[in-house]
Design a protein around this ligand. Structure first.
Ligand code: ZN
Length: 161
């Protein structure tokens, strides 16, 4: 059983902060494992496809990306949830695409956001291993949306009118 955490809403200061990197001493710790488990449970219960730690009032650079097909993105790939600690987007493709986004922190609002079609990201696992991976399409969109949260940016600030 994992803890379900309250989710911060648009307008709250926690969502405007630049989150702090997870420190070396925190890798492989019970605390980091529990944070990731609680984030995942909170995302799942709200049927999200991604979540960032600041959304659960923890100003740390931890995100979860969990694409699955849905009404708006029927072709989105089904993937196991990936926990990314201290993620950095190394490359954004020149090619962009417009797509609809929503957010657990912005209830009842959706909008069109232009994002890079493909991103290359480097992150650490909960154990501290370094991983580099490339994401395309909907999963790439989720990565960009969640990394934005770590920098205090909400999708509503990126809407294409
Ligand atoms: Zn969000």
């Amino acid at each position: 059983m994992s803890v379900i955490l309250p989710v911060a809403k648009q307008g709250e200061d926690i969502l405007k902060l630049k989150a702090a990197p997870v420190a070396e001493s925190e890798f492989n710790s019970e605390w980091l494992q529990q944070l990731a488990a609680a984030m995942q449970a909170t995302m799942s219960v709200r049927e999200g496809v991604g979540i960032a730690a600041p959304q659960v009032y923890i100003s740390k650079r931890v995100i979860i990306v969990a694409s699955r097909s849905n009404v708006r993105y029927p072709d989105a790939p089904e993937m196991d949830a990936v926990v990314m600690v201290n993620p950095e987007i190394l490359e954004f493709s020149q090619e962009t695409c417009l797509g609809e986004e929503g957010c657990l922190s912005v209830p009842n609002e959706r909008g069109q956001v232009e994002r890079a079609q493909t991103v290359k990201v480097r992150y650490r696992t909960l154990q501290g291993d370094v991983v580099e991976a490339t994401y395309e399409g909907f999963p790439a969109r989720i990565v960009q949306h969640e990394v934005d949260h770590l920098d205090g940016v909400l999708f509503v600030e990126r809407l294409t009118l």
